[in-house]
Design a protein around this ligand. Sequence first.
Ligand code: PMP
Ligand code: GLU
Length: 403
Amino acid sequence: MPALTFSPAVRSLKPSATLAAAAKAKELKSKGVNVLDFTLGEPDFNTPEHIRKAAWNAMEAGHTHYTPSGGIMELKQAVCRLYQRDYGLTYKPSQVLISNGAKHSIHNIIAALCGPGDEVIIPTPYWVSYGALVELTGATVVLVDTTEASGFILSAEQLERAITPRTKLLLLNNPSNPTGAAYTPAQLEALAKVAVKHNLLVLSDEIYEKLIYTGSQFRSFASFGPEVAALTILVSGVSKAYAMTGWRIGWTIGPVELIKAMDNLQSQETSNPCSISQYAALAALDGPQDSVEEMRVEFEERRNYVMDRMRPWRQKYGVTFAEPGGAFYAFFNVAALFGKPLAGGVTVSNATDFCTALLEKNHVALVTGDAFGAPGYVRLSFATSLDILQAGLGAIEDFMSGK
Ligand code: PMP
Ligand code: GLU
C-alpha cells in the first residue's frame, strides 16, 4: 500500500474533544471499571413515545426513500410554525434547510460563506467544533475571551473591537456550551446593534433554547427587529429539547440565497437527512410539548443539586465558577488546585492532566476546558441521573481533598 498522505485541512484536524473524552470513558467501562461519566452533552432520557411511534408509522407508510436534499416540505413548514408560535418570528419554508444535526448545519453555513482571508469571531469559551469547522474552510478564527466575572458574556464593546474589514461572521451560542451562560435580552440587543452598525452576519446557535432555568430568559437573536433578523442565521435542532441526539436532525433558518447555496452543498455531500428521522422530528415539533417541559424541570433539579454541592468548593478548594442559566453544563475553574497534592498524592499543572488523573484515580470522566479554549477549567455535563451526580460529585471532592 502506498504511504498515505492527507490533505492539509485534515492533517491538522483533531477529533471532537467531547466525543473523544466520551470514547475514553467508554473504553474504561468496557474493561469493567465503574466510570462516572459526565463527558457528553446529551439528554439521558429516551425519545418521547409519540415521536418513536411516528418514526415507525413513517416506515410503514413507505417514507424510506430519498427526500429532497434539503428536507421534506412538511418539516420545513413545521419549523416555520414553531418560530411563529414560540417567538412570533415569521419565516418562509424557502428560508429553512434541514440537515444531519445542528453540527452539520453549522458546518454547511461556514462552508458556504467562508474561505481563506475571511475572519470569523468566536467568543471563548466556545463549543469544541466551532474552531475546527472554521479552520476546515481556510478562514481565520478570531477568538475573543469572555470572563467568569462577566458570566462569560461577550460585550458589545468586545465585539466592536474584534471587527475588521475581513470579518465575515460572528459565531454566537446562547445558552452556551460549555459555560451555561444565558444572555439577557439587553445583552443580546447590545450585540445586535453592533451587528447592524457593521452589517455583520451572526450565526446564532440556539440549540439549548428550551433548556432555560429560573431567573434566566431566552430571546432569539432574530427577534430584535427586521434589520437584525436579516443578518441572523439561526441554528437549532431536536437533539437537546426532544432527547433526539441519535436521530440527527438540525436546521438552519437564514436568507433564501444562503439556504440555496447550502442546499447545493448538501445535495453533493450527503443528500437528504434520514427520511424516517425527518418524520419523527415533524411529530416532535407538531405534537404535544409536555415532555420538553418535563425534561427541563428535571434538568433544573439536577442543576440546583450540582450547584448546591459545588458552592462550598469555592471556600474549601478555591474552585470558581459562574452558575449556568441554561443548557446542562457546570463549568468550573480548578487552577487553584494545580501543584497541590490530589488523590494518591498526584499533582497536576493543567486542566487536561487534572481530567486524566481524575479518571485514572477516582474514575470520574469530565472534559478539559483546554478543548473549549478555556485553560484551567473543566466541564461536567449534568444530563445524567441524580444518583450518578451524587456519586460523581463525591468522587470529585475526594479527588480534590487528596483521598
Ligand atoms: N451546538 C452546540 C452548542 C452543541 O452543544 C451541539 C452538541 N450537541 C451542537 C450544536 C450539535 O448538535 P446536533 O448535531 O446533535 O444537533
Ligand atoms: N454537543 C455535545 C457535547 O458538547 C455532544 C458532543 C458533540 O457533538 O461534540 O458534549
